[in-house]
Design a protein around this ligand. Structure first.
Ligand SMILES: Cc1cc2nc3c(=O)[nH]c(=O)nc-3n(C[C@H](O)[C@H](O)[C@H](O)COP(=O)(O)OP(=O)(O)OC[C@H]3O[C@@H](n4cnc5c(N)ncnc54)[C@H](O)[C@@H]3O)c2cc1C
Length: 389
């Protein structure tokens, strides 16, 4: 197959600064040279390639918007978006690993943590020396985290945590969990070291999606943590929801990357594959599919970029992010399914990328707020009426 050539129909490259392009190109090259050659095998084996963690840290992709004084790269949000785009061009599992570390572990510490917590954890997380996970979802409460059953009870200077979290990315391979628990009439956030007595994180197996990503249960049985492990500024559901907004923003770019990977593969394939004595690309039906996909990918790029610029100006809202996540993931899933079809039987082989991306995107459309939940968030923004209950 031809080398990767990203679709840039409207010369969006002009819209990025030199620094933003440099960050993007560095990550793109790493994904092509280091990550893609082994991903099919990792996906089949159901592994995340942990051996790449030091290289990812050297690339500066863990919490890249974190200020340099805490070990981050201090990049802007558009550069972060471009990083997500390139990582997810590789695999949604790779982008998920990085999203959780940066947006769901480092960001809450930066936003809701004490100075001591920031100094203790952020440099180690940025360097990949500590891996973190984010425990919000429970077996019976996903879209409605307010129903959570995990509890935090004060005992002298300590807290005792009990409960079960489910579908937690990186749980089994992490050393630190951001855990949310109910306390009286509110919700609190804790930094739980995973070697605390009573804590375990068994892996959830048998996934057909995001196979190159570790997904786990978190089991908390009388886990005792000191008050210094509580995120002092995290009170109520606003805290976990604001973390999700950060991660969803990255997903809106990442989905464009997955769609780009599929489009590029299907376009090359259509030019090479001969059917009825002509290349597949010479027929009108495949051309229409390519034209539709190129248009939708371009619109997705524009949406992510606009939200990114608004975020960098401090003008974005959670509803903006809902629109970008909802549209771009649905777009990417449609593109992946169409490309899978265009490759015929080869489309279901792991020797090609389209089937793997298609399966992965079935998770991406569900996690970080399902498609329908984002529909309701946008509906609420437009009408002023919440329709969640
Ligand atoms: C691979 C993977 C990784 C994940 N990683 C993490 C993680 O790291 N941390 C974490 O905390 N969670 C994680 N999750 C969990 C994820 O965020 C939840 O699965 C998601 O929020 C949906 O919750 P649910 O699965 O309980 O579905 P439900 O909430 O039960 O939803 C089922 C269906 O009902 C619909 N629905 C729900 N409420 C409404 C409503 N009010 N109106 C209309 N329709 C509604 C939904 O859209 C969906 O179609 C992960 C999930 C997956 C698959």
């Amino acid at each position: 197959m031809a080398p990767y050539k990203q679709l840039d129909f409207l010369s969006l490259d002009d819209q990025f600064s030199e620094d933003e392009r440099m960050v993007r190109d560095t990550v793109r090259e790493w994904v092509g040279d280091r990550f893609l050659p082994g991903i099919a095998e990792q996906f089949e084996a159901g592994n995340f390639p942990m051996e790449f963690v030091p290289e990812l840290a050297d690339l500066g992709v863990f919490g890249p918007t974190t200020p340099e004084e805490y070990g981050g790269a201090g990049l802007n949000n558009v550069a972060y978006g471009l990083i997500c785009q390139e990582l997810e061009r590789g695999d949604s599992g790779l982008r998920s690993f990085v999203s959780v570390q940066g947006s769901l572990v480092m960001w809450p510490i930066l936003e809701y943590g004490s100075e001591e917590q920031k100094r203790q954890w952020l440099p180690q997380l940025a360097a990949g020396k500590v891996i973190g996970c984010f425990g919000l979802t429970e077996p019976d409460f996903g879209s409605n985290p307010g129903g959570m059953l995990t509890t935090a009870v004060r005992k002298g200077k300590d807290w005792v945590l009990n409960g079960r979290k489910m579908w937690i990315t990186n749980g089994t391979v992490s050393q630190l969990s951001v855990v949310f628990a109910r306390h009286e009439d509110t919700y609190l956030g804790f930094l739980v070291e995973n070697d605390r007595p009573g804590f375990s994180a068994p892996e959830q197996k048998h996934k057909f999606s995001l196979r190159a990503s570790v997904t786990s249960e978190l089991v908390l049985e009388d886990v005792v943590v000191p008050d210094s492990a509580r995120l002092p500024l995290a009170k109520g559901l606003r805290a976990p929801l604001s973390c999700l907004t950060q991660a969803r923003y990255g997903i809106s770019w990442g989905a464009v990357g997955a769609a780009q990977a599929c489009f590029d593969e299907a376009l090359s394939y259509a030019k090479e594959r001969i059917v009825f004595d002509k290349p597949l690309a010479a027929f009108q039906i495949p051309q229409k599919k390519l034209a539709d996909m190129a248009t939708q990918i371009t619109l997705g790029q524009l949406l992510a970029l606009r939200v990114g610029r608004l975020k960098d100006q401090g003008r974005y809202t959670p509803a903006h992010v809902s629109m970008a996540k909802r549209n771009n993931v649905a777009m990417a899933l449609d593109v992946a399914r169409t490309c899978r079809d265009m490759l015929g039987a080869n489309g279901i082989s792991l020797e090609y990328q389209v089937g793997r991306h298609m399966c992965n995107l079935e998770s991406v459309i569900t996690y970080e707020g399902t498609h329908d939940i984002h529909t309701l968030a946008i509906g609420q923004e437009l009408t002023g009426i919440q329709a969640f209950r």
